[in-house]
Design a protein around this ligand. Sequence first.
Ligand code: PLP
Length: 390
Amino acid sequence: MRKIYFDHSATTPVDNRVWLKMKPFYLKNYGNAGSIHSFGQQALKAVEESRKTVADFLNCFGEEIYFTSGATEANNLALGGVFRTVQKKWRNPHIIISKIEHPSVLGPAAELKKQGAQISFLEVTNKGLVRPEELKKLIRKNTVLVSVMYVNNEIGTIQPIARIGKILGQLNKKRDDKIYFHTDAVQAANYCDLDVNKLKVDLLTLSGHKIYGPKGIGVLYVKKGTVLAALEFGGHQERGLRPGTQNVPGIAGLAEAVRQIRKNKKNNRKIKQLRDYLIKGILKIPQSQLNGDLAARIPSNINVTFKNAEGESILMLLDIAGIAVSTGSACSSGSLEPSHVLTAIGVPKEMSHGSLRITLGKYNTKKEADKLLLILPEIISNLRKMSPYK
Ligand SMILES: Cc1ncc(COP(=O)(O)O)c(C=O)c1O
């Protein structure tokens, strides 16, 4: 049985061109980028060329790109780095994040709260979008950072980052202390414009394994003039902001993945067509609903809720049939708490347990979509027959 993968927001396969770029850095040119000999110099050259490729992608300078071990580390560095820097001035600096951030932003924010930070949450509409005007109301004298994700990982909604950037830019002109703006652009990188000058962000996060690149590599863009304190110590790499031997194959792979995004924009149209075809078919299932706005959404994301059918059970039965998807709830983490994202957009608790996230990628086909459309209605119908809540 050929397995079908519909979980590209969790991770993507590595593009073969990315793998071919990485391979020599494991087998042949395996030098440490910090070494002086020719092995090291070859590795260093690859790191610096990759930095330039990523900088071109974001329309910024190479010196503004810092390689990390992934987006989780980059998000921790963005929030923690600003917090540490401003602590000299503010005992209780104020940070604003959206209510639907990924745990890699929610987690550090909760930790910084323990260390004295004040945290405010920017609400989202029932379509899953933040309202920039609402942000203005949350700003305080001691606000130091706003972090709003570019694209939500569960419902795929695209947030108005450039508008928020503009608002903060105008506010900053009238303030003594700058409010920094961070966006987690992990889920946006395949589909959205990441020009940091247009977005007017100071900090931006990327991850390799969501863009057909390797796992364990990420990027933090830090705009020139942003003073960010290091959270780790013991090395000179990445100008001391992220010390530790650089992951040369990972860095070269991430850069190749970025190059492929720029070359293959036509994939997005194909993915969107397949996504819309699937949504149409899935919503024929009685008592189903799409979560999150359809128009302001990346082409790859479907998040649906089925009344009286448990997401985990659907996932398991689809897996047995050879189709990989994800639930829209947080049950996979062992908790029975519903997804914080679905809760934030007003999906009732009992409904959000019946949610499924289907995320498409560039290698998916119509034949695969048809198989899902054939199997899913039957699974839901069978589960409903067994459900005590009919
Ligand atoms: C929006 C978002 N941010 C951050 C991350 C964490 O990325 P990484 O696995 O590179 O740490 C993910 C991964 O699921 C994500 O979807």
